[in-house]
Ligand binder design. Structure first.
Ligand code: PLP
Length: 389
């Protein structure tokens, strides 16, 4: 049985070009980038070139790229690091420092915000509308003199909706230039360009494994004025990553993530168009097979590889198992949630019932997806519905 992977938002295979770029740094060029001898200098140069390549893609300076062990860690660094930076500045604001996040952020932002709340930070969770778009007026209303950071993702990992990042950045900085604006662009980067000046963000998170790079590496863009001043590291030890992230540089993965980012830069538009067509094809056919199916989140303001579908009366876990048995891999809202049999907090945040939040499935497409794969998946879905009707 040929297995069909429709879960590209969970992770992607490493691109062959990325494998080739990484390979020497596991063996022949194994040096520690912190060592002074020739082995170390070889690794250090590779890390430098990778940093430059990433900086070019984001339109920033190489010193503004901090490699981390994952996007989860980068998001932790953004939120916790800004709070720690504040303590360094001996914050004497009029009350608890405030952080503003959207209600549909990835767990690595949301859980970190909740944790900071327990540590005494005031956190405001901004709602989204039925379409899955954040309430910009509520962000404006939540800004006050205690606010230190606003964090809103560029594209959602469950429903793919795209947030008005430029508009939010303007609102935040118009209110007070000192407030830092962070965006988690992990799901967006493959389909939307992420020039940091264009977006107006001070901090931006990426993950390599969502863009055909290796798992276990992410990065945080940090605007130069913020480094060492407003943001403090959260992992102590050595002085790697400009003192913001201790730990020996993972040279092969750093090289691999830069290569993956470079590949996205040259294929983005073409791939976005291709996947968009496939997605629309799948959705049209799917609705013909299951007329009661409904989309979660806006179809128009959404990254092109995502469909999150409500199948009334069909529990997510049962449906996913039936799909998997027939060779089709899809997902509940997110991979992190897949082992926890619970309803999607994102679908609930759109204002829908618990039933809908536990009867929805995410299909995400990518470089390996073909029309034939989708036809097979559609046949599988048709069979599942036929058997149970
Ligand atoms: N942010 C978003 C929007 C994501 O989709 C993910 C992964 O699912 C992450 C952050 C975490 O990425 P990583 O797996 O690199 O920790």
């Amino acid at each position: 049985m040929k297995r069909i992977y429709l879960d590209y938002a969970a992770t992607t295979p490493v691109a062959p070009e990325v494998m080739v770029a990484m390979r020497p740094y596991f063996s022949a060029k194994f040096g520690n980038a912190g060592s002074l001898h020739a082995f170390g200098q070889g690794a250090s140069r590779a890390v430098f070139l990778a940093r430059e390549q990433v900086a070019q893609a984001l339109g920033c300076r190489y010193k503004e790229i901090i490699f981390t062990g994952s996007a989860t860690e980068a998001n932790n660094l953004a939120l916790r690091g800004v709070v720690r930076g504040l303590r360094g500045m001996d914050y004497r604001g009029p009350g608890k420092p405030r952080i503003i996040v959207s209600a549909i952020e990835h767990g690595s932002v949301l859980e970190t915000a909740r944790d900071l709340e327990r540590e005494g930070v005031d956190v405001v969770y901004i709602p989204v509308n039925r379409e899955g778009i954040v309430d910009v007026a509520a962000i404006r209303a939540a800004l006050d003199e205690r606010t230190i950071l606003v964090s809103v993702q560029y594209a959602n990992n469950e429903i793919g909706t795209i947030q008005p990042i430029r508009e939010i950045a303007h609102i935040v900085h118009d209110f007070n230039k000192q407030i830092l604006f962070h965006t988690d662009a992990v799901q967006a980067f493959q389909y939307l360009s992420c020039g940091v000046d264009d977006l107006g963000c001070d901090l931006l998170t990426l993950s390599a494994h969502k863009i055909y790079g290796p798992k276990g590496i992410g990065l945080l863009y940090v605007r130069e004025q913020v480094i060492g001043n407003r943001l403090h590291g959260i992992i102590t030890g050595g002085h790697q990553e400009f003192g913001l992230r201790a730990g020996t540089e993972n040279t092969p993965y750093i090289v691999g993530s830069a290569k993956a980012i470079g590949l996205v830069e040259v294929t983005r538009e073409r791939e976005a168009k291709r996947v968009h067509k496939l997605r629309d094809y799948f959705w049209t056919k799917l609705r013909a097979i299951v007329p009661s199916a409904e989309l979660n989140g806006s179809l128009g303001v959404r990254i092109p590889n995502n469909l999150n579908v409500y199948f009334p009366g069909r529990m997510t876990s049962d449906f996913l198992i039936a799909l998997d048995v027939a060779g089709v891999a899809a997902s509940p809202g997110s991979a992190c949630q897949a082992h926890v049999a619970e309803e999607s907090y994102v679908v609930k945040a759109l204002g829908y019932s618990s039933d809908r939040a536990s009867q929805s499935v995410r299909f995400t497409f990518g470089r390996g997806t073909t029309r034939e794969d989708l036809d097979t998946a559609l046949r599988v879905i048709k069979n599942i519905f036929k058997k149970s009707s």
